[in-house]
Write a new protein. Structure first.
Length: 196
C-alpha cells in the first residue's frame, strides 16, 4: 500500500511543449568510451540551441558525480544507473525539454529497459559506431591504457560486453565520418522529430 498518488493539477506536457514550441524527445547516444558520444551530444545541443530549441545534456560526468555517485560498475549498478537516468529523462520529457544522453549503456537489455521506461515513441537511439581499436587510440581520458594494463576491471569492450544496438534509429560511424558530418546527420534526424 502506498500513499503516493499521481496528480493532474500541474501544466501538461503538451502545454509546456506549446510554450517552448517544440516536441520533447529523448535522444539516447550509445557507443564505446571514446567513440565520440559526448562530442556528438555537445555539438547536437549547440545546433539545436542555434535554432531555438531548449535542451538538456546528461552524461556520465554530471550523473555519476551527483544522483548516481553511489553506484559502481557491476552489472547491477550499471542497470540501476540507466534505470535512474531513464526516470530523470521522463521528468525532462514532461517538461517539454529535448534531453540528449551520452552513455555507454552497454547492452541491448539495458537500452531496451530505458526505451520501455521512457516510451518508444519518445526515444531516439543513436549508435556512435567506432571500433575498440579506434577508441583505444583516441583514449581521451586515458581509460584504455589503464584497462589494458589491468588497472581497470569490467571495462566495456574489453572484459565487459558491449552489444551493438539492434534497433537504433540512427548509426553514426565515427571511423568514417568527421565529427562535423556526424553532428549534422544527428541534427537533421532529431530536428525532424522535435519540430513544432
Amino acid at each position: 500500500m502506498t500513499n503516493i498518488h499521481p496528480t493532474n493539477i500541474y501544466l501538461s506536457r503538451s502545454e509546456k511543449e506549446h510554450y517552448l514550441r517544440q516536441n520533447a524527445k529523448v535522444v539516447w547516444i550509445t557507443g564505446l568510451s571514446g567513440s565520440g558520444k559526448s562530442t556528438l551530444a555537445s555539438g547536437l545541443e549547440k545546433k539545436l540551441a542555434e535554432k531555438g530549441y531548449f535542451t538538456q545534456v546528461l552524461d556520465g560526468d554530471n550523473i555519476r558525480s551527483g544522483i548516481n555517485k553511489n553506484l559502481g560498475f557491476s552489472n547491477d549498478d550499471r542497470t540501476e544507473n540507466i534505470r535512474r537516468i531513464a526516470e530523470v529523462n521522463k521528468l525532462f520529457l514532461n517538461c517539454g525539454i529535448i534531453t540528449i544522453n551520452a552513455f555507454v549503456s552497454p547492452t541491448n537489455d539495458i537500452r531496451h529497459m530505458a526505451r520501455e521506461i521512457i516510451g518508444t515513441e519518445n526515444f531516439i537511439e543513436i549508435f556512435v559506431d567506432a571500433s575498440f581499436d579506434t577508441c583505444s587510440k583516441r583514449d581521451p581520458k586515458g581509460l584504455y591504457k589503464k584497462a589494458l594494463a589491468g588497472e581497470i576491471k569490467n571495462f566495456t569492450g574489453l572484459d565487459a560486453p558491449f552489444d551493438r544496438p539492434d534497433d537504433a534509429e540512427l548509426t553514426i560511424d565515427t571511423d568514417q565520418l568527421t565529427i562535423d558530418e556526424g553532428i549534422e546527420r544527428a541534427f537533421e534526424y532529431v530536428k525532424a522529430a522535435v519540430r513544432w
